[in-house]
Design a protein around this ligand. Structure first.
Ligand code: ADP
Ligand code: MG
Length: 476
């Protein structure tokens, strides 16, 4: 059977897939199409120039090995860059670039269509003479920069793409760069960091950070004041536009429309757009299709939950910057217990430092536990008296009715006392209320239970194990 571009590329792909992470494979290799095989040169089509640069920078060796396996030592790789067309005419741009893995003696191929040769610049109907001299405040927060945005598996793609954009605003195919992810995972921080870095490298560029909420307010205001055109024009002269929490435009047709026009104008003129959202484009609701499709032009990079090591690094970095020392076990405790939100992690650290310095107390595990309870919503929510009774009964393999019953059998009494003890520990309920919820007892019984548990756990090893196990289950 003779080789086709597709068959050669498919073989290369299976080799590549085995050698890199599935995330990287999906991001960088799935979008590629093999388009031509001539002599020993395989042409692959990539969606953008940046894509090509990224492949060359990170995967050229792997590509070379894969291709040599298929086509022998004379193998050549040619990139064809095909960008979705932004402007009226339907021709896609193509650019052919030979891979740097060719030997230098080979003649390099001509670039088909220079990328810069874009459609003629649209005339801006809103030009106000002299407005170029208006100084626009960036609204950037210098405290959110790349130096203190720690890298981890969870943010690697977004962070590197952000860096790439900052090095060459408007000059990569990460345009727009859309950073998405859950609450408190660093979207706003990264967005500012990109802006701050650009301002640093290119002080003459006009950078603007704005929340989608503020953008919407400004727009509504401009409609009221009848200066919508000025509003549009203001945004059209920006070189780097950063819009945070773009999901907030959902359901706001007028704002979406105006944003659409601003976006197109900026994009057409090679200006950089950076967006953040709390969801992926596919999950955004009530955002017009034409706008969603724009968001997908560049790169959507997700910020995931940080892994344990990254959490520890973030805590240590924060402590270091604040000049505070904290015992290792407490750092570990925090990293183990606050997993899904970096803002909560920081909040807990600040609160811990504040408590210990106001009250002149050492930072202890107990204090850390108390604070984590206040910061991590889910433990708070789950630990109700009902939940405690359920966990304790399960642990002793009895049902809740038995735990609440009037029996004086020792192991049942102990289970009930433990439930009362934990209800006192983990809820704000009064002794009386705890008693009434755990088998209709009075407050004195609950008080007695708490004392008994305290005593027994210091004298009885087995009992102490019960307390520790249950404590773990309840704070998980
Ligand atoms: P989001 O906008 O996604 O809700 P933020 O950007 O406001 O989240 O981040 C929440 C907090 O976590 C901020 O104080 C930010 O500095 C911090 N943070 C997030 N990611 C990192 C990181 N990778 N390294 C250091 N701090 C981070
Ligand atoms: Mg934010």
């Amino acid at each position: 059977m003779s080789k086709t571009a597709e068959s050669v590329w498919n073989n290369c792909l299976s080799f590549i897939e085995d050698n890199i992470t599935s995330q990287a494979y999906k991001t960088w290799f799935e979008p590629i199409k093999a388009v031509k095989l001539a002599d020993n040169a395989l042409s692959i089509q990539v969606p953008s120039k940046f894509f090509y640069e990224w492949l060359e920078e990170h995967y050229v060796k792997l590509l070379k090995v894969a291709l040599t396996k298929e086509l022998g030592s004379k193998a050549k790789l040619v990139y064809v860059i095909k960008m979705e067309n932004t402007y009226g005419n339907k021709q896609p741009f193509t650019e052919k670039i030979p891979s740097s893995n060719r030997s230098n003696s080979q003649a390099s191929q001509e670039v088909d269509v220079p990328l810069k040769n874009k459609s003629p610049e649209l005339k801006n109907p809103f030009v106000i003479p002299g407005i170029r001299n208006v100084k626009i405040e960036s609204q950037l927060n210098p405290n959110y920069n790349f130096d203190n945005f720690l890298e981890g598996e969870s943010n690697r793609l977004a962070r590197s793409a952000g860096m790439a954009v900052a090095n060459k605003p408007g000059g990569t195919s990460f345009n727009p760069l859309l950073v998405f992810g859950g609450v408190g995972l660093g979207k706003t921080h990264l967005a500012h960091a990109i802006g701050v870095e650009i301002k640093d490298k290119y002080p003459e560029k006009t950078v603007l950070y704005i929340s989608a909420e503020k953008f919407t307010q400004q727009y509504i205001e401009s409609v009221k004041k009848n200066n919508r055109n000025d509003f549009i024009h203001f945004y059209q002269i920006i070189d780097v536009l950063i819009v945070d929490d773009i999901q907030l435009l959902s359901g706001k047709a007028g704002t979406q429309d105006v944003f659409f026009h601003i976006f197109n104008h900026l994009h057409q003129n090679g200006k950089q757009v950076i967006l953040t959202s709390d969801k992926a484009p596919v999950d955004m609701i009530d955002i017009e299709q034409r706008l969603l499709s724009r968001f997908k032009w560049g790169l959507s990079a997700e910020l995931n939950h940080p892994d344990y090591d990254t959490r520890v690094a973030i805590i240590q970095n924060k402590l270091y910057r604040d000049g505070v020392e904290m015992p290792e076990d407490i750092v570990e405790f925090l990293a183990n217990n606050i997993k899904t939100n970096i803002r909560e992690l920081e909040g807990a650290i600040i609160s811990l430092i504040a408590h210990s310095s106001f009250n002149k107390r050492e930072i202890t595990i107990d204090l850390a536990k108390k604070i984590v309870d206040n910061y991590v919503k889910h433990t708070k929510r789950e630990v109700s008296i009902d939940y405690i009774q359920k966990v304790v009964s399960e642990y002793f393999q009895m049902d809740v009715d038995t735990l609440q019953s009037k029996t004086r059998k020792r192991h049942i009494v102990q289970a009930r006392q433990l439930a009362m003890f934990f209800a006192k520990k983990f809820t704000k309920a009064s002794l009386a209320s705890i008693g009434s919820q755990i088998g209709q007892r009075d407050h004195a019984t609950v008080l007695h239970a708490c004392k008994t548990v305290d005593n027994l756990s210091s004298t009885d090893k087995q009992f102490r194990k019960y307390v520790e196990d249950l404590n773990k289950k309840l704070t998980l």
